[in-house]
Structure formats: structure tokens, C-alpha cells
Design a protein around this ligand. Structure first.
Ligand SMILES: [Zn+2]
Length: 306
């Protein structure tokens, strides 16, 4: 609660500062426009720019930014965010963005970059989601629990409002709207997986711990958290035993990783496979919500529920 109080106090100080800054800006505006050789790039009048580390953070930022700010993702589409590497020019760009949003501990290259080139404003999504730091090593994929993304939207709105006070209300309204949609998505999951309490969820990459926790599923990954580390033959045998013990009907694999291991295991066990997208990369169709809905449908069809 202390943190929240501190936060709202900080916000009201910002509002006063914003009003004062607004007056100063009005008289400076002419001079500034003449001094800006590139003009305002995209976004709103003052070209607020957001650099998001990977897809779910890009999605949240875009929803909150609306037309008033431009959002760019550091992780290219189709790339695995865990192993992202940054060119020196990208590291330099991070210091130029008005706001950088990342999730500490997920991408070592981004952690290093924000430490060496601190941007003017920074949101650590992990922190904003209110998750304890020591849980990071277990599973960094918090965005698969939709309720944890709402507070991230709020933090992005706070920082955008501070960077661009003229549009503060629009940023906060859009963050509230997004949070309400995320709550609706959560309710859909809760309702539709209500009979699946304790169901065994076998996935290729162990990315669904937050989703499993939220909806009371039991996740077992064929490989670990890092999609680039392959499962050992011993692990393959363990998973085959779990399939038998729990009467599992479907093994879930991901869009970003090769399905070979999962398919071989499924063929051997005589069960089917289905796609579950951890949303580490932008979906080829639709957005976060469309993909989370497709994931829910895959879970409903694939899990063995009571
Ligand atoms: Zn991952």
C-alpha cells in the first residue's frame, strides 16, 4: 500500500509540474520547432517514442499510446526474445526513446543496454506486474496471465502521461479500457476451464507456468524454460510416463519452436498435438487477445478435464 500511496502522490506532483511545463512549453514552442531539423516523427505533436522490448509489451504500449505516440519493438517478428542480441546502434537508440519498456531478467542484452544507456523513462514490466523478483528464474512469461498485464498498462500510461502531459487523460483512459478487456479475457478463461482443475498440461517449452497457476492446471514442459535447450532422453521417458499416468490426449507445442520433439513423442504415445502460442513474437494474424482466445480454444479441446 505504501508503494501505491507514494505513486499517487508522485502523480499529483507531476500534474503540477506538467501544468507549469505546459506554460513554459507554449512560449518555447516556436523556438523548438525551428530547432528540430528532422521535424516531429510520427506519433503526436511532440513525437513521443516508445521502445518495447518484445511483443506483449509492444501490444500493451500500442494500446495505451493510441495515435499520440509511436511504438517500436526491439525484438524482430519471429525472433526468440530470450536470445535477442542488440547492435551498438540499437543500444544507443534506447537512450533516445522517450520511454523504454522491458521485463528485467528475460533478455540479458536489454538488461545490459538499459544499465549502460539509461533511457529518460523506463518501465520494468516485471516490477509493474507486482511479481516477486526471485520468481523470475522459475518462469518469466507472466503475460500469459492476463490479469498481470493490466498493471503494466497502468505503468505505461503513467510514464507516457509524464512525458506528454497534454495527452495524459487519453493515456489513462486507454489503459483502463485495456485493463477491463484483460479482466474479461480472464473471466472467459476462468469460466471455460472451470471443469479442468488440476488437468495435466504438457507443453514443449515451459512457458505456461503463469497461465497454469492462474487457471489451476498442472504444467509439465518437455524441455525447460529456454526453448533452445532440447529435452534429454530421460526427460522424454518421464513425459511419456506422465502421458500414460494422466491419460493425456494432446501435447502442446509452439509456433516459435520446431515441433519435431513434441510430434515424435505424441506419435510414440499415440496422442495428438496442438499449438499453444506463448506470444513471445507478434502473432501472424490478430493480436494478443485473438491469440489468447485461440489458446483457450486449444486448451478446451486438448485438456482432459473432469
Ligand atoms: Zn519463453
Amino acid at each position: 500500500m505504501t508503494a501505491l500511496n507514494h505513486h499517487s502522490r508522485r502523480r499529483s506532483v507531476r500534474n503540477i509540474r506538467a501544468a507549469v511545463a505546459g506554460l513554459a512549453m507554449a512560449s518555447l514552442a516556436g523556438t523548438l520547432a525551428a530547432c528540430d531539423p528532422e521535424g516531429s516523427e510520427g506519433g503526436g505533436a511532440d513525437g513521443v517514442s516508445v521502445l518495447a522490448a518484445f511483443y506483449p509489451l509492444q501490444f500493451v504500449s500500442e494500446r495505451v499510446a493510441g495515435e499520440e505516440a509511436t511504438v517500436t519493438s526491439l525484438t524482430p517478428p519471429g525472433a526468440d526474445p530470450h536470445s535477442l542480441e542488440l547492435a551498438p546502434v540499437q543500444v544507443a537508440d534506447m537512450a533516445e526513446a522517450d520511454l523504454v519498456i522491458y521485463s528485467s531478467g528475460l533478455q540479458p542484452a536489454v538488461d545490459d543496454a538499459v544499465a549502460s544507456q539509461p533511457p529518460p523513462r523506463l518501465v520494468d514490466a516485471w516490477d509493474a506486474a507486482g511479481i516477486e523478483a526471485d520468481l523470475l528464474a522459475e518462469d518469466p512469461h507472466f503475460w500469459l496471465d492476463p490479469t498481470l498485464l493490466g498493471p503494466v498498462a497502468g505503468a505505461v500510461a503513467d510514464e507516457l502521461a509524464a512525458a506528454d502531459p497534454d495527452n495524459a487523460e487519453a493515456y489513462h483512459d486507454r489503459a483502463d479500457e485495456l485493463s477491463a478487456e484483460l479482466d474479461e479475457l480472464d473471466q472467459q478463461y476462468t469460466d471455460r476451464l472451470a471443469g479442468c482443475s488440476g488437468a495435466m498440461l504438457i507443453t514443449a517449452h515451459e512457458a505456461f507456468g503463469y497461465l497454469a497457476d492462474r487457471y489451476d492446471l498442472r504444467q509439465e514442459g518437455i524441455a525447460g524454460i529456454d526453448p533452445e535447450v532440447e529435452a534429454s532422453p530421460a526427460r522424454m521417458r518421464e513425459v511419456a510416463d506422465l502421458v500414460e499416468e494422466y491419460g493425456v490426449q494432446t501435447l502442446f507445442f509452439e509456433t516459435i519452436t520446431a515441433p519435431d520433439v513434441t510430434e515424435a513423442l505424441a506419435a510414440e504415445a499415440g496422442v495428438s498435438t496442438a499449438v499453444l502460442d506463448p506470444l513471445e513474437s507478434p502473432p501472424t494474424e490478430g493480436d494478443y487477445f485473438a491469440t489468447m482466445e485461440a489458446n483457450l480454444e486449444a486448451l478446451e479441446n486438448g485438456l482432459v478435464c473432469g
